[in-house]
Design a protein around this ligand. Structure first.
Ligand SMILES: [Fe+2]
Length: 255
């Protein structure tokens, strides 16, 4: 028999496959992400959103950009929110600065590139959904929300009632395929109004992803311009962009 054993493991609702067997421990790689969002979210208790037939509600979309251009945007420059997204443009709480001080915290730890914010600082930005929160216990709602990426290509936004897992899969030098799935507490997905609320949530993300797509595809085109070689980073706003590009460089320069 010529069958070769390929290590695999399921974590966060995703099946990870280690094709060359050299990836190392999946749990070591995921540890910084777990440590961060696990402070507020029941990441091992949440379950995937499914339709009435039990099919996971995975959404896919294509962005005409290299995966690194997509992931650079996902390693968020918080300032971009106000001029790229209608949701944030309308919000009095954006760009997440008060009295000259940031109201967000960057978390740069190994492969983790993320920021967090206090839930109470987004009361006028994000809609409150009528579902049980995804906190650690019924009396422990999440105090913070997160936009986390795990290098190279996993993105996990969380807020109040959901944990969302997005995978960015390279398809061609200038094409990436995105796979999205929401996770909720088990008691949320059994409610009769769950599918309507989940659909509403997905539609609100449609708009945000559409706005990001315009910006990301424009950045991809602009890579051909000599201006792209300036490599300028603002210390506050571009900390995550800078970190992501350092991780790419580390990979390129690895012997
Ligand atoms: Fe965005």
């Amino acid at each position: 028999m010529d069958l070769v054993k390929v290590p695999s493991a399921e974590r966060l609702g995703v099946m990870f496959v280690d094709l060359d067997g050299a990836a190392g421990s999946i749990d070591s790689w995921l540890a910084p992400l777990r440590a961060l969002i696990g402070q507020d979210f029941a990441i091992d208790a949440v379950v995937a959103a499914r339709d009435a037939d039990g099919t996971a509600l995975i959404e896919e979309r294509t962005v005409r950009a290299n995966w690194k251009t997509y992931q650079e945007n996902a390693s968020i420059n918080v300032l971009h929110e106000s001029f790229t997204h209608e949701l944030y443009h309308k919000s009095p709480e954006v760009p997440r600065i008060a009295s000259g001080k940031p109201k967000f915290t960057n978390h740069l730890d190994g492969s983790l590139v993320a920021f967090s914010y206090a839930d109470e600082d987004t009361a006028n930005t994000y809609e409150r959904l009528p579902l049980p929160h995804a906190g650690l216990a019924p009396d422990r709602p999440p105090r913070r929300g997160y936009f986390a990426t795990l290098y190279p290509n996993i993105n996990v936004p969380t807020h109040s009632v959901f944990v969302k897992v997005n995978l960015c899969v390279p398809m061609a030098p200038a094409e990436s395929r995105l796979h999205h799935l929401f996770f909720f507490r088990p008691e949320a997905v059994t409610r009769p109004d769950f599918n309507a609320i989940e659909r509403h949530l997905r539609e609100s993300f449609h708009q945000v992803y559409g706005e990001d797509k315009v910006a990301i595809e424009a950045v991809q085109k602009a890579r051909a311009s000599p201006v792209a070689r300036q490599h300028f980073y603002a210390p506050l706003w571009d900390a995550q962009h800078h970190r992501f590009n350092q991780l790419v460089l580390d990979d390129l320069e690895r012997p």
